[in-house]
Design a protein around this ligand. Structure first.
Ligand code: MSP
Length: 506
């Protein structure tokens, strides 16, 4: 099976922060999970470069828009690389491969009869690059609902897309395919807004200078940046060797840009008679230490802060925190250091780290190798957990998948206490029972190492090396079956996985 996952393409004039890093990290985790399942994966991220504000910031820095975009797109690429993101491509909207396709699709769109030349008069949110109706503008007191800055009055000639024609088809889509927009609450929000009526939307602008992609056949007009940007999902894979990936399985985004992805993008694809993505998944927001992140408060969890966490606790622990405590559902999540430390200590150092370390140390000490077992107590629970984990991952419920794993780890630690192998080891009549318990634990550790691979690839490799395997060998979900750990396996060097925090602080 193929699996195509995308992230939003990020505005190139901002510095990468936790929001961008979060969506891209969870996309990376789903991509890694599907690779583990043997799927043919395509994972796309990139930068959205033709916003008008790029021209302004470039000028403030004494650079051309392209130079400014180059510099900042590089910052996103460097950041993602540093954070272990294994994307298959990085699309930049200023690349010719994208621009050519955008002109081609917009050209096609203009021939559908769904585009006309008109005049727009209304309000514009420059930060979001979004047009607002008079009533919406009034509702927000003529200020941006996103950054509080005054809205800009606009009067210009635009090409319009007849979005109004698509209200019924879109409502039908949402009703027939409830998975198209997830979570459910977000789908209901979108459906309610569509029922209020759809206005036609500008797809080009004039008078904004040259930065952007020209409307084919009418060079006075530059294609509206959102139309340009949405097309990235298709333009990148519209090549003979990649078109097999379309339609995308999921566009991962946050709730701020749901309208564009759940309404404008599918309507455009309907007009172009192209297959629609299977799902748009809109997660919620990170806030920081209990407060909304904003430029005025200067409290973004920015690259410096991210570096601090990664440096102090390790990249895998950082990824685990994002994955297990992030705003994947409909609630916002708080990125707070106290919470991070709590998760690190409880779930990683105490639960996972301790289980792996004590289990393998006891195998080593009492048997010198993985013993043969005659029966298993943990097997049924392990199998239930693996099935639950897989179900959750298939539904993008990463938090749920990790919760099943965490509970199993807790259970396995409890199993150590219940069976007290150190007592069994002293009683020769209990040798068989000790073998069973040690095998249960070693096999649990092996299975856990497979299931944590998408989230913590380095720790997972490290555990497999301690189990006598080779760290660099990527496992497969096929191996997530009880009993594949061979009796007689010699262990590697056993070492703690997560340094205790008081040590890490030094
Ligand atoms: N360029 C547009 C997207 C075009 S997609 C065809 C854009 N860019 S953005 O740089 O503003 O990025 C928005 C995205 O960044 C959100 O949808 C989300 O993925 C991520 N986040 C930004 N702030 C966030 C939080 N505070 N929390 C979680 N994710 C957030 O919009």
């Amino acid at each position: 099976m193929k699996f195509y996952v995308s992230t939003p393409i990020y505005y190139v004039n901002d510095r990468p922060h936790i929001g961008h890093v979060y969506t891209t990290t969870i996309a990376d985790i789903f991509a890694r999970y599907h690779r583990l399942c043997g799927d043919d994966v395509f994972f796309l991220t990139g930068t959205d470069e033709h916003a008008a504000k790029v021209v302004d910031s470039a000028a403030q820095h004494g650079l051309t828009a392209q130079q400014w975009a180059d510099q900042n797109a590089q910052a996103f690429q460097d950041t993602f690389q540093k954070l272990g993101i294994a994307n298959d491509d990085f699309i930049r909207t200023s690349q010719p491969r994208h621009k050519d396709k955008v002109q081609q699709y917009v050209g096609e769109l203009m021939k559908t009869g769904d585009v006309y030349l008109g005049e727009y008069e209304g309000w514009y949110d420059a930060g979001q690059e979004e047009y607002l109706t008079e009533s919406k503008a009034k509702e927000y007191d003529y200020k941006s609902p996103f950054n509080g800055k005054p809205l800009v009055r606009k009067k210009e000639k635009n090409y319009f897309f007849k979005l109004s024609r698509y209200a019924e088809p879109l409502l039908k889509l949402l009703a027939d395919q409830p998975d198209f927009v997830q979570p459910d609450i977000r789908r209901n929000e979108v459906a309610n807004r569509i029922r209020e009526g759809l206005n036609d939307v500008p797809i080009s602008r004039t008078g904004g200078g040259d930065w952007g992609i020209k409307v084919p056949g009418d060079e006075q007009h530059v294609i509206y940046v959102w139309i340009d940007a949405l097309i990235n999902y298709l333009s990148t894979v519209d090549t003979p060797d990649r078109i097999k990936y379309w339609p995308a399985n999921v566009h991962l985004i946050a709730k701020d840009i749901l309208w564009f992805h759940a309404v404008i993008w599918p309507a455009m694809l309907l007009a172009l008679k192209r297959p629609l993505p299977r799902q748009v998944y809109a997660h919620s927001f990170w806030i920081a230490e209990g407060q909304k992140m904003s430029k005025s408060l200067g409290n973004f969890v920015d690259l410096e802060k991210i570096d601090h966490y990664v440096g102090k606790y390790g990249l895998d622990a950082f990824r685990y925190f994002l994955a297990s405590n992030g705003p994947l559902g409909t609630n916002d999540s708080d990125f707070a250091e106290a919470k991070f430390v709590e998760v690190y200590n409880a779930n990683l150092a105490n639960d996972l780290g301790n289980l792996v370390n004590r289990s393998l140390s006891m195998v080593q000490r009492y048997r010198g190798e993985v013993p043969a077992a005659t029966g298993s107590q943990l097997r049924p629970e392990a199998e239930k957990m693996i099935a639950a984990y897989r179900d959750c991952m298939a539904q993008l419920d990463l938090t749920g998948a990790l919760e099943h794993l965490r509970r199993y780890i807790t259970r396995a630690n409890q199993y150590v206490e219940e069976n007290a192998p150190w007592k069994l080891a002293k009683d020769p009549t209990q040798a068989g029972k000790l073998n069973d318990v040690l095998y249960d634990l070693a096999e649990s550790v092996r299975l856990i190492s497979i299931l944590i691979t998408p989230v913590m690839p380095t720790i997972a490799g490290n555990i497999r090396a301690q189990l006598g395997g080779t760290a660099g060998v990527v496992p497969s979900m096929e191996e997530a079956r009880w009993g594949l750990l061979a009796a007689g396996t010699k262990l590697g060097t056993i070492a703690p996985l997560f340094p205790k925090l008081d040590q890490a602080k030094k």
